[in-house]
Each structure stands twice: as C-alpha cells, then as structure tokens.
Design a protein around this ligand. Structure first.
Ligand SMILES: C[S@@+](CC[C@H](N)C(=O)[O-])C[C@H]1O[C@@H](n2cnc3c(N)ncnc32)[C@H](O)[C@@H]1O
Length: 191
C-alpha cells in the first residue's frame, strides 16, 4: 500500500512541476513561532513550508514518502542557500524522526495515528501546527476525496497529551473548508 502511495505521489509531483507558496495559515503564525531550534515538517512535499521555516532560522527536517518531492525540496533549498534535512519516510509504517522539535508542522496530510506520535517528538513548549480540510470542503471541491477529510469537529478529539492553543474550522480566504490547529504539550498533571 505504501509503495503504491510513493509511486502515486512521485507521479503526481512529476506531472506538476513548479514551486508552491508557503501556507497562508503557517505565515499567519509568524508572530507565534520560534526562529531558533528544530522543526519537523511531516509529509511536507516539495518543501515550500519547510523552507519558510528554515529561512526564519529553524533547523528543519522535511519528512515525506516521495523521492521526487524530496529531490525538489533539496533543489529549492540549494537555490535559496538554506539548509534542509531531508528524510524519506513512510509515516504510516515508520516512527517520526526523533525529537525534540520546537515546531512540528503537518499540513494537508491526514493519518490519524500520528496524533499519538506528535507529543513524543514535541519539545516542552513546542508547537504542533496542523491543518486539514473537513467534509464541508466537498461542497466546493471534489478533492481531496472524503476518505482524506476530517469530520466537522473531529480534530480536537484526535489530540492526546496535547492542549489546544488555537483552533478554527471554517472557510479560508483560499476558499477551502479547513480545520486549523495549534497545540502544545499538555503540562504534566493537567488532564
Ligand atoms: C497533499 S500533499 C501535502 C504536502 C504539504 N504538506 C503541503 O501542505 O503542501 C501530501 C503529502 O503527503 C506525502 N505522503 C503521502 N503518504 C505519505 C506517507 N505514508 N508518509 C509520508 N508522507 C506521505 C505525499 O508525498 C505528499 O507530499
């Protein structure tokens, strides 16, 4: 299954050359995010968000299943004169890279078991930044298909050992219906 995923994502990236802009959600958090320490971009694709974090001064690891995406991220990092650590990783079968990370980013990728892995790699005080379209997104867009979408109100229920810093669900300026979350490790003793 995962080898199929790798091939599928490799072909998709081969068919779609060109760089993407960093996420508007991520950029909106500029005032909250640290500019030193380590960051992990989970399923980060061609590295537009990872590069944005690296340009801010973070030591960024980009993990993705697609070799093509990682190659492209490496090229973009070289062109920008910025360092990125690239890791080919199938997060459905392999553990996340060892932390602690001050920022863990996971945008537009949904694998629910990751919510037990995120707290294990977050540094105390570190931030998880997560967004994913919800089912309402199908009202305007056929993709992502239903199996990749969150139910309305589902995201906070997926959290383990994490406390919500901010959470919104609704139509974004880009016209997608998204759940957007910033969370941090729950303090020991706080349920
Ligand atoms: C919709 S793209 C999102 C990319 C990026 N996070 C963004 O917001 O633009 C989903 C990404 O997940 C990666 N991916 C899919 N299955 C994966 C897996 N099992 N492990 C790691 N990455 C995976 C794909 O290669 C692709 O880069």
């Amino acid at each position: 299954m995962s080898e199929d995923d790798r091939k599928r994502w490799n072909s998709r990236y081969q068919e779609q050359p060109g760089a993407r802009e960093p996420s508007a959600f991520l950029r909106s958090l500029a005032g909250q995010l640290p500019s030193t320490g380590r960051a992990l971009d989970v399923a980060g694709g061609t590295g537009h968000d990872a590069l944005w974090l690296a340009r801010r001064g973070l030591d960024v690891t980009l993990a993705d299943i697609s070799d093509v995406a990682l190659e492209r991220a490496g090229e973009a990092a070289r062109e920008a004169g910025v360092a990125l650590r690239l890791q080919r990783l199938d997060v459905e079968t392999e553990p996340l890279p060892p932390g602690p990370f001050q920022v863990v980013l996971c945008l537009n990728f949904l694998w629910r078991p990751l919510f037990t892995g995120f707290p294990k790699v977050l540094a105390p005080g570190g931030l998880l930044v997560f967004s994913q379209p919800t089912r309402s997104n199908l009202q305007r867009h056929p993709h992502p298909s239903a199996r990749f979408l969150l139910d309305e109100g589902e995201l906070p229920r997926l959290l383990h050992d994490l406390a919500v810093v901010s959470y919104t669900e609704g139509w974004t300026e880009e016209g997608r219906h998204e759940a957007r979350l910033v969370a941090t490790l729950r303090a020991p003793g706080n349920a």
